[in-house]
Each structure stands twice: as C-alpha cells, then as structure tokens.
Design a protein around this ligand. Structure first.
Ligand SMILES: C[S@@+](CC[C@H](N)C(=O)[O-])C[C@H]1O[C@@H](n2cnc3c(N)ncnc32)[C@H](O)[C@@H]1O
Length: 263
C-alpha cells in the first residue's frame, strides 16, 4: 500500500491535454488591474503554477498541495517569487488576503464545496478573483467501469470492504450550484460553464493510462502493490466491453470552469 498514490510521471504523460483546460481557465482572469499575489490550490507538479505566475508577472505565488511526490517535483522549479508548501485544500484559508486563487483539477478531491469555496473567497482581497476547474465526467465508462471493478473481489475486501467512492460523483455539484454559491459569497457576476473537451486518444488503452494518473489513484492508495496490475487489467477489460477496443478513441471529457471576482 502506498501513502502517496500520486505519480508525477504518470500524471504528466498527458500534459498537453491536461494543460488545455488550465489555460482556458486562465483566460477567464480579468487582467485589467494588477494581480500581485496568487495561490494555486492543489498545484501538483507546479509547472502550470509557474507558467501562470510568469504570465501574470505576480510578485509572489504559492503552490499548495498535499502530495509529497508532486511537491518534490514542484520545489525543483526554482522560479523567483514562487514557492510551494504542503497543505490541505479542504481546510485552507489564506493567512493574508490574495489577489488570485486558482484551483485546477483539485477541488473535486474534497467534499463540502459550499464551505471550501467560502473559505477561498473569504481569502481574497477586495477585487480579488477565484478561478476553478473541476472534472464532471463521473458518468463516463472510463469512471463507472473502475467503480464497478472496485466492487468485485479480491479488490473490495483488499480495500476494507468499502471501496472509496468516485470523488467527482460524490463531491462535484451542478454548474448552476456553483454560480449560486459564488453569488451568495458576494461575486455579483459569476461565470460558470460546462465544457466538453474532445480528447483524441491513440486507442482505448490510452484511456487506462489517463485514468491511472488520476481517478485510479484512489484505489491504488488502498490496494496492496500486488493487486495494482490485476485491478488495471480487469478495468481495461471492463472498459473495452463498454466502449470497444478502438484506435483512435475519441474520449469526451466534461469539465466545469468557473470564475468570479469580488467588487
Ligand atoms: C489532478 S492534479 C492537478 C494538479 C494541477 N493543478 C494541474 O492542473 O496540473 C490534483 C492535485 O490535487 C492534489 N490534491 C488532492 N487533494 C488535495 C488536498 N486535500 N489538499 C491538497 N492537495 C490535494 C493532488 O495531490 C494533486 O497534485
């Protein structure tokens, strides 16, 4: 069993596809006034944090993550004004108010979004901005198939009899809920949209590689090492049965992008 299931190399195999929603999100930032400070919550390996901090020319940027493996990679970046720290985004709030809070593909890992987003918006300076992207693809076979395999033996027992739920299914709200949450927190003109990303994969097998870097990590965290490969094999078979063994495979991926600015 591994305590830190995030593997930076596996995660970065699809860096191009993963970066696209990040930059769509970044395009929602209002740059009409200077942005001096930013925090990236669930920053992962930190490359995108560093690139955005450089694009905005902020004075100070902090990346926060709970994975030692991801943070170790981030800390090697060494960019002026950029630092990384360990933290839990579920309870995070800023010691000093910040101009921009970013959370790309991280919020869905924690529950209670009304409370969490409330903590984040209250951490913003006057005129501060929040940009958040969460996956909304829990109903796709790439996710439902792994949940189905996790319910079978020997995996179920190996995970203590209760496989962890899909965090996207459990935690992610409807787009309109996020618009209401932001409005209730004082964001008068929230922008929230559901976007379908067309991810052309070389084959169906590449979807397995994709999920190995993200949604399967919750199972890898609980399963003993010797059950990782059998789990992946059974998941691949289940996925092929559901969508076919195709090359290329057109993998649709829904995401919610949101931004809001305080007056
Ligand atoms: C899918 S990666 C996204 C990384 C980065 N934001 C990007 O766009 O490439 C999700 C990141 O969220 C982090 N994460 C998940 N739950 C967290 C928590 N409760 N507190 C802090 N970081 C968390 C993981 O360690 C991982 O690095």
């Amino acid at each position: 069993m591994t305590s830190d299931a995030w593997n930076p190399d596996t995660y970065e195999r699809f860096a191009g596809l993963r970066a696209r929603p990040f930059w769509d999100l970044a395009d929602l930032i209002d740059t009409s006034t200077p942005i001096r400070s930013m925090v990236d919550l669930g920053c992962g390996t930190g490359e995108l944090t560093a690139a955005l901090a450089a694009r905005l020319a902020v004075d100070g940027a902090v990346g926060v993550d709970s994975s030692p493996a991801m943070l170790a990679k981030a800390e090697a970046i060494g960019q002026r004004g950029l630092r990384f720290e360990a933290g839990d985004i579920a309870t995070w709030s800023a010691p000093q108010s910040v101009d921009l809070i970013v959370a790309n593909a991280s919020l869905h890992w924690v529950p209670h979004h009304v409370t969490v987003i409330g903590n984040w918006v209250r951490s913003l300076a006057s005129g501060g901005q929040l940009i958040v992207q969460v996956p909304a693809n829990a109903d796709h076979p790439s996710h439902t198939c792994s949940a189905a395999v996790a319910e079978r033996e020997p995996f179920r027992s190996a995970m203590g009899g209760t496989p962890p739920p899909d965090p996207v299914a459990a935690n992610v709200l409807r787009p309109e809920d996020y618009a209401e949450i932001l409005f209730d927190l004082g964001v008068t003109d929230p922008h929230v949209r559901l976007q379908v990303y067309p991810q052309l994969m070389e084959s169906t097998s590449h979807v397995v590689e994709w999920t190995s870097g993200t949604s399967l990590t919750r199972f890898f965290k609980l399963l003993p090492d010797e059950l990782h490969a059998p789990f992946v094999d059974e998941y691949r078979a289940e996925l092929f049965a559901a969508v076919g063994d195709r090359a290329p495979y057109f993998y649709t991926f829904k995401r919610i992008l949101m931004s809001g600015r305080l007056p």
